[in-house]
Design a protein around this ligand. Structure first.
Ligand SMILES: Cc1cn([C@H]2C[C@H](O)[C@@H](COP(=O)(O)OP(=O)(O)OP(=O)(O)O)O2)c(=O)[nH]c1=O
Length: 191
């Protein structure tokens, strides 16, 4: 079965390659409205589903994967910062505290009407940071295309005290859980 990643994220491509999957990439063109209709995890799943469906409708015999990563701090959902000032504000809010990174995932195979939608949460604890450190990080340019304004896989590692849960989930896909869900579609990473 052809696997299609409905994502423009280079990180998600790298993560899928890491587990040796053979897949194609077809970015979806879903507008990511992070307006909260339900809980943050419901929103992550809804956006993941919308991305998977927008591609799946054209490729009904493929197994299509959509995902969405959100950062939630004290009940507020943080998306991708639009400006450097917004990035600095987000990081100032996150420093010295815990936040959750939620990735919603949708796997859909329209031809067989099979689907699996789930989310995984990782708790991330940031060190206390000075404004100077935050601006130095923002100046690296790394925050701009990332939820919460940081990338744990890059220089953003320097902001983190510890995490609880799946590391890969923070980067964009919960690999361990994903491998289990793929099995339900007859796709085995370890065979
Ligand atoms: C918190 C965090 C987020 N991110 C990234 C993962 C996601 O790519 C991005 C969140 O945006 P998403 O909307 O989940 O994904 P995307 O817009 O990059 O790609 P697409 O919608 O086409 O699938 O933030 C990191 O790379 N590292 C981190 O530590």
């Amino acid at each position: 079965m052809q696997i299609v990643l409905a994502s423009a994220s280079p990180r998600r491509q790298e993560l899928l390659k890491q587990i040796g999957l053979d897949f194609r990439v077809m970015p979806s063109h879903v507008t990511e409205d992070k307006e909260l209709l339900g809980t943050p995890s419901e929103l992550a799943c809804q956006l993941a589903m919308a991305k998977a469906l927008s591609v799946g409708e054209q490729l009904r015999d493929s197994l299509v994967l959509g995902a969405d990563t959100l950062v939630v701090h004290r009940g507020t959902v943080l998306g991708k910062p639009r400006t450097k000032e917004e990035a600095a504000r987000m990081l100032l809010q996150l420093q010295g505290d815990m936040h959750e990174v939620i990735t919603g995932v949708a796997l859909i195979h329209l031809e067989s009407r099979k689907k699996s939608i789930f989310h995984v949460t990782t708790r991330v604890f940031f060190k206390p940071l000075t404004e100077r450190e935050i601006w130095a990080y923002v100046a690296s340019g790394e925050p701009m295309d990332k939820a919460g304004g940081y990338g744990i896989q890059g220089l953003g590692a320097a902001l983190v005290e510890k995490i609880e849960g799946c590391y890969f989930n923070v980067v964009g896909l919960p690999l361990g859980r994903l491998v289990e869900e793929f099995k339900k579609f007859g796709v085995y990473v370890l065979k």
